[in-house]
Unconditional design. Structure first.
Length: 213
């Protein structure tokens, strides 16, 4: 939790107010960007006084952190549902449905108010980098657990490292599509899905024994 962050409220009305503030902040991010947005601007759009906003967030970076965490939690929910559907069937089943995960993750991201600016703020602000890093590590952890259940003899550290790279590639490809209009979304997801499918299926083939003559 950042220095300026507040603990999420427990009462329903307070939770609804907090969510409303985050929705408004996301909408404003899409309109004015990270540099111009302010707590006063958010409070005014939400119909609250600045002191009322400060009961939930200490400064604009606390708002941006909460936006980032909310987006990552929604992305994680997509991953959890995908793992529940496909992980029990094994590595090949997960590999064959990578495209489904990419598409569903992209859909929930695009439904988030101000998503592209949230992602940019997580990259650009030193105060917020840890949010993205923690989330991507969590995704790698979940995938590593799912894969290791079927590959108990593979070193988990090696497995995690490979999956961590796959996670970064998947997210980077999706973020690229917010800015690059010279490529097809479907084509990009198909290319990335094929790449990550191959990386997963390679786990089923043990590396050659270099010590044999």
């Amino acid at each position: 939790m950042s220095v300026a962050a507040r603990r999420p409220p427990q009462q329903d009305r307070a939770r609804q107010t907090r969510e409303r503030l985050l929705d408004v902040a996301g909408e404003l991010l899409a309109e004015v960007g990270v540099e111009r947005i302010s707590t006063n601007m958010i409070a005014a759009r939400a119909g609250l006084t600045p002191p009322a906003l400060y009961r939930y967030f200490g400064d604009k970076y606390a708002v941006l952190e909460a936006l980032g965490r909310r987006l990552m939690e929604r992305q994680n929910a997509v991953l959890d549902a995908w793992l529940a559907r496909h992980a029990p069937a094994g590595i090949a089943a997960m590999a064959d449905h990578i495209g489904e995960l990419l598409s569903e993750n992209a859909a929930v991201t695009r439904a988030e108010p101000g998503a592209v600016w949230i992602l940019r703020s997580l990259h650009a602000s030193p105060q917020l980098v840890h949010v993205r890093l923690e989330s991507h590590r969590h995704v790698a952890d979940r995938l590593a657990d799912a894969c290791h259940a079927h590959l108990p003899r593979i070193d988990r550290a090696m497995l995690w490292s490979r999956l961590r790279l796959a996670v970064e590639i998947g997210f980077a490809a999706d973020e690229m599509l917010y800015e690059e209009d010279r490529v097809s979304t479907d084509a990009v997801f198909a290319e990335v899905a094929a790449m990550l499918r191959r990386a997963l299926l390679d786990l089923l083939s043990p590396p050659p024994d270099c010590g044999r003559g």
